[in-house]
Ligand binder design. Structure first.
Ligand SMILES: Cc1cc2nc3c(=O)[nH]c(=O)nc-3n(C[C@H](O)[C@H](O)[C@H](O)COP(=O)(O)OP(=O)(O)OC[C@H]3O[C@@H](n4cnc5c(N)ncnc54)[C@H](O)[C@@H]3O)c2cc1C
Ligand SMILES: *[C@@H]1O[C@H](CO)[C@@H](O)[C@H](O)[C@H]1NC(C)=O
Ligand SMILES: *[C@@H]1O[C@H](CO)[C@@H](O)[C@H](O)[C@H]1NC(C)=O
Ligand SMILES: *[C@@H]1O[C@H](CO)[C@@H](O)[C@H](O)[C@H]1NC(C)=O
Ligand SMILES: *[C@@H]1O[C@H](CO)[C@@H](O)[C@H](O)[C@H]1NC(C)=O
Ligand SMILES: *[C@@H]1O[C@H](CO)[C@@H](O)[C@H](O)[C@H]1NC(C)=O
Ligand SMILES: *[C@@H]1O[C@H](CO)[C@@H](O)[C@H](O)[C@H]1NC(C)=O
Ligand SMILES: *[C@@H]1O[C@H](CO)[C@@H](O)[C@H](O)[C@H]1NC(C)=O
Ligand SMILES: *[C@@H]1O[C@H](CO)[C@@H](O)[C@H](O)[C@H]1NC(C)=O
Ligand SMILES: *[C@@H]1O[C@H](CO)[C@@H](O)[C@H](O)[C@H]1NC(C)=O
Ligand SMILES: *[C@@H]1O[C@H](CO)[C@@H](O)[C@H](O)[C@H]1NC(C)=O
Ligand SMILES: *[C@@H]1O[C@H](CO)[C@@H](O)[C@H](O)[C@H]1NC(C)=O
Ligand SMILES: *[C@@H]1O[C@H](CO)[C@@H](O)[C@H](O)[C@H]1NC(C)=O
Length: 653
């Protein structure tokens, strides 16, 4: 059950007055470089300045007492019997053109209450189109050149990576898929109508209340990295968390059985910022490999794997406490004592489900030395495909040994004409010297020498994780025309000889039929299955996480794309599923239309997660493809005939 104790204890509420109309001017600690000095906290983390600016009952009462009409649209959820019942009889969310859609006057009032933080959507590629007032040929060229550069795209309020599921309604002209739309064109389409650029908690509460009371589709966008397009949606109101960049380091943070160093990160902190701070403070944090991925958003909430996972576990396992605005509009703390259900669910149960997380306190680990190895291997007339796969087999034979040493490797196998191009993006050996690493890999190197593997590795020892990670993981591009599926291969698939043969055959099988591969040798540390959070239990058994993907290009016909997409879901993915009964896969790197997704992404946690979803979000304020509770909703249109289009109405089933 929810508890309000922590909320009541907060005495530093900075409620804003209505009459100023720009109530929320806020000074908060700047990003990364401005991080505040350490302090020792033994109970709960203090709030960031941006978290002390809250919407409270007193503020609502004040607004009401000024006789402002429509203030009820911004009030907290009172009870389920009146408004909620009316909402539940509606089929679809409220869309422009519907009677319940807010008038211009109401949007203006909302913007005033927000202190001017409301942004009406102009898709970033609108600069390429003459019918948009922002048209600018030079800017269009710059954007086109940077279309795959997440550092640039993330700064836009609505841009996302997986724009296929948005419907590709506004692309740079030369990247517009010939099969979608009537040639180059730019509409808002599946992008949200409005974005709240959040710089304090009150704005988030106002947006949640407003969306709930009007039954608007609500989305949360952090970086827009999600592969399933979970941060986009037609006709939606979006809460943009990217600018919540505060961070603080605690030398000693004590909660439950943990007492040690920790960071409190604002919702907008990205992987590169988390790692940079960790280096500055002489510690390490468990974060993703992708530089610009959001650390606190979809990454940690979805579980979050890391080059340090084989040693220290999942990102969600590191969370000690979090602050969240729930669907009723309230701002609460969730940790092992306060609101433990929410604390359990948000650690692995997925983003955009129970609320808007504004910050998390996460464990920091000691500084460690790290050795990495990188190499490329290409087949040729002498080093044939069969030899390549024999070499892969020799490597995979040792997966248990490597992962149990705490190692992680991330590698790709792709087509280069008729040849195979294999790049070990980074093999990461935490807490390991170069000498130890070479000793442990000597047997593999010997086998590979006998097979004639054309292999010139770069092996390097670093005295801290940040530097190893920064060199090891170049920023990856935002691709457009692709689909992917994935699977966890548990330990039993990689120790039993027969299963191992079948596994390697299945991996090679889809590759030979045209798929490309991204693979991880990774484990969860012993005893991590005893951690009581919502991380997919299948993660605890994994030894190999494999992703297959298929790409096409802007000139491919719709039929080509449709066939590839169907092949991925209905031919290739089922083969991997059949080999790994009862296992699952990672919600954040998976098929958009994974069959039996509740079991695959959440395993035995699903029933409890679903029950908590009903308890904490009975009105269905939060929704995303593949998020808990999705089965109660449907999109009204499909892309390629089988992919729910975020550029269509979201309706109750
Ligand atoms: C290049 C690249 C590298 C990657 N590397 C890794 C990796 O090493 N390890 C790994 O585990 N994953 C990795 N991922 C996958 C990544 O974890 C997911 O894409 C994740 O969803 C990104 O979260 P985000 O907040 O950055 O993105 P968004 O697309 O902005 O958000 C993702 C989801 O989280 C929700 N959300 C965001 N912020 C909040 C919030 N504050 N409160 C509640 N919900 C929120 C959104 O609504 C959406 O549903 C990678 C992805 C890419 C594209
Ligand atoms: C925090 O606690 C540690 C150990 O108890 C102590 O060494 C350190 O000085 C304290 N730091 C602050 C800022 O009080
Ligand atoms: C309520 O409004 C009055 C002025 O109208 C202001 O002084 C007071 O601070 C406000 N209180 C809250 C909680 O907003
Ligand atoms: C809850 O809704 C019922 C039915 O509309 C109403 O009678 C009751 O007063 C409401 N309770 C509160 C606290 O508003
Ligand atoms: C589109 O233009 C950009 C920049 O000029 C270029 O890099 C890219 O290759 C072009 N794409 C296609 C499909 O022509
Ligand atoms: C991506 O954009 C950033 C920020 O503008 C820039 O520093 C970086 O060089 C760009 N990367 C590529 C590959 O163009
Ligand atoms: C762009 O799309 C709109 C809406 O679908 C349509 O009316 C218009 O004809 C399109 N323009 C072009 C140039 O295709
Ligand atoms: C692997 O190949 C890529 C692309 O050709 C190149 O950029 C990279 O430097 C190579 N890495 C190694 C370790 O040789
Ligand atoms: C294959 O091996 C032969 C004999 O060693 C050598 O002459 C030839 O150059 C090699 N071919 C390639 C593509 O490496
Ligand atoms: C790192 O290695 C040292 C010995 O080399 C060991 O004492 C320490 O426990 C290791 N740390 C972790 C987190 O495994
Ligand atoms: C596994 O494959 C190897 C190599 O193809 C073969 O020699 C071995 O007999 C197979 N083992 C089983 C149990 O099928
Ligand atoms: C685009 O894909 C089609 C097949 O769908 C292929 O025939 C064509 O060569 C590809 N073009 C480029 C530039 O890769
Ligand atoms: C697509 O798949 C259908 C049904 O399998 C097949 O008849 C058709 O030839 C395929 N088209 C292409 C372009 O591959």
């Amino acid at each position: 059950m929810r508890s309000w104790g922590r909320v009541a204890k907060r005495t530093r509420l900075v409620a804003f007055g209505l009459l100023t109309a720009v109530p929320l001017a806020l000074t908060h600690t700047p990003v990364v470089d401005g991080v505040v000095a350490a302090e020792n906290i033994t109970d709960t983390a203090s709030l960031f300045a941006f978290e002390t600016v809250q919407l409270t009952d007193r503020v609502i009462a004040n607004l009401s007492s000024h006789q402002l009409s429509d203030i009820s649209l911004f009030s907290f959820r009172i009870n389920a019997s009146s408004a909620a019942k009316k909402r539940q009889s509606r089929k679809c969310k409220t869309y422009p053109g519907d009677a319940g859609w807010p008038s211009e006057r109401i949007w203006k009032l909302f913007d005033a209450l927000l202190g001017g933080a409301l942004i009406k959507t102009v898709p970033d590629a609108a600069v390429c189109y003459r019918d948009w007032s922002v048209f600018d040929a030079l800017q269009c060229q710059t954007l086109t050149d940077n279309w795959g550069n997440s550092s640039v795209r993330i700064e836009d309020p609505t841009a996302i990576r997986s724009i296929l599921y948005q419907g590709m309604t506004c692309m740079p002209p030369n990247m517009t898929a010939s099969f979608l739309g009537n040639g180059p064109n730019c509409t808002v389409g599946g992008f949200p109508e409005y974005t709240v650029k959040a710089t304090n908690v009150a704005q988030i509460q106002l947006a949640v209340n407003f969306a709930r009371e009007l039954d608007l589709r609500l989305i949360i966008k952090n970086t827009g990295h999600d592969f399933g397009g979970k941060s986009v949606g037609k006709g939606a109101l979006s809460i943009w968390t990217h600018h919540l960049k505060d961070a603080i380091f605690y030398e000693r943070y004590t909660t439950g059985s943990y007492s040690g160093p920790a960071f409190k990160f604002g919702a907008g902190i990205q992987v590169f910022e988390a790692n940079k701070l960790a280096k500055e403070y002489g510690v390490s944090v468990v974060g993703g490999e992708g530089k610009t991925v959001g650390h606190v958003g979809g990454y940690t909430q979805g579980g979050g794997h890391s080059p340090l996972t084989s040693l220290w576990g999942m990102a969600a396992d590191q969370v000690l406490s979090l602050e969240i605005v729930t669907a009723d509009g309230r701002f609460i703390t969730a940790d092992s004592e306060a609101n433990p259900d929410i604390f359990w669910a948000v650690r692995g149960g997925g983003g955009s489900t129970y609320g808007v997380v504004t910050s998390m306190v996460v464990k920091a680990h000691p500084k460690i030395k790290v050795t990495t190895m990188r190499y490329n291997i290409t087949t040729d007339a002498n080093f044939t495909h069969d030899k390549f796969w024999a070499a892969q087999r020799a490597y995979i034979d040792n997966f248990a040994q490597y992962a149990d040493l705490g190692y992680y490797s991330y590698f790709r196998i792709r087509h280069s004409g008729d040849e195979i191009f294999h790049d070990m993006t980074s093999w990461v050996a935490p807490n390991t010297s170069e000498v130890e690493f070479r000793t442990n890999l000597a047997p593999l190197f010997k086998k590979w020498a006998a097979l004639g593997v054309p292999f010139r590795p770069i092996i390097r020892e670093y005295d801290n994780y940040h530097d190893a990670w920064a060199d090891g993981f170049p920023q990856e591009p935002w691709l457009v025309t692709m689909r992917q599926a994935s699977r966890f291969f548990p330990r039993e698939n990689l120790v039993d000889e027969e299963k191992k043969n079948a596994t390697v055959d299945a991996i090679r099988g889809v590759f030979d039929e045209g798929a490309s591969l991204i693979m991880f040798n990774i484990r969860n540390p012993p005893d991590s299955d005893k951690i009581d959070n919502a991380v997919n239990p299948a993660w605890r058994k994994v030894l190999m996480f494999a992703i297959m993907f298929t790409t096409w290009n802007t000139t491919s016909s719709q039929e080509v794309a449709t066939n590839l997409s169907r092949k991925l879901t209905f031919e290739w993915n089922p083969r991997w599923i059949e080999l790994t009964p009862g296992s699952g896969t990672y919600m954040s790197e998976s098929d958009y239309i994974e069959p039996n997704w509740q079991q695959s992404f959440y395993g035995s946690n699903y029933a409890r997660l679903y029950r908590l979803k009903q308890e904490w979000d009975p009105d269905g304020v939060f929704y995303a493809q593949n998020a808990v509770g999705m089965e109660d909703w449907e999109m009204s249109e499909m892309i390629l005939g089988h992919l729910p289009s975020q550029n269509s109405k979201l309706c109750r089933k």
